[in-house]
Design a protein around this ligand. Sequence first.
Ligand SMILES: [Zn+2]
Length: 237
Amino acid sequence: MDFTPTYHERNLENIAQLGDNTKDKAIEWYQYLIENKIDILIYETIRSEATQKANFAKGASQTMKSYHIVGQALDFVPVDGKTTLWNGYGSAEAKKAISYAKKLGFEWGGDWSSFVDKPHLEYAYKGYGTDTFKTKGNKITLVTKKATTVKTETKTETKKTTYTLPTGTYKKGSKGTAVKQIQEALNKLYFKCGTADGIWGAKTEDALRRFQSVHCNPVDGIYGKNTRAAMLKQLNK
Ligand SMILES: [Zn+2]
């Protein structure tokens, strides 16, 4: 990693406490922040019912049905070195972070009208309390581009792999080996689209749009010349 967040270890420990699906999204988000050198502290994720009761009692929280209790929420604050920027949610960087979180499906407490909660991001998944905890507390390994390259190099031992991608245009409804290759590339770049099954559905389109919104134009969900070039650039970095 070219950039390591100030509170990296603490951030990873907190993310590790989340429910499985929320955690996947949080990792994807955090990965994006690192790639864009946006420094934050994730200071709380899961919360006990006792803590929530206390927060509720002192007015810091409006509900006992907090997404924190069920491992589907995290609280973060922008930081500059060790300084926490509690008024920093309006900065260009923070806005970028929040907008990407929303793209991933998080709801931001800063958008709420009755009780504005700027540090808060929650992931509904299939509804309140629906996330699972099979991997809770497991150590998180971030799939950085560097790590991907190292892995490939170990496998081939002598020469560095140069990635290739199909030419042509692919979009929702496309099928086949080429689509599978694109899906594998998206997953490798951490724009997750689920299992690479060679069928271009909603998940693949969403992942491609997210990739485009970071790396190329236009953001149209269609794989063509520009997207191919941008993906190759990232893969062969
Ligand atoms: Zn919160």
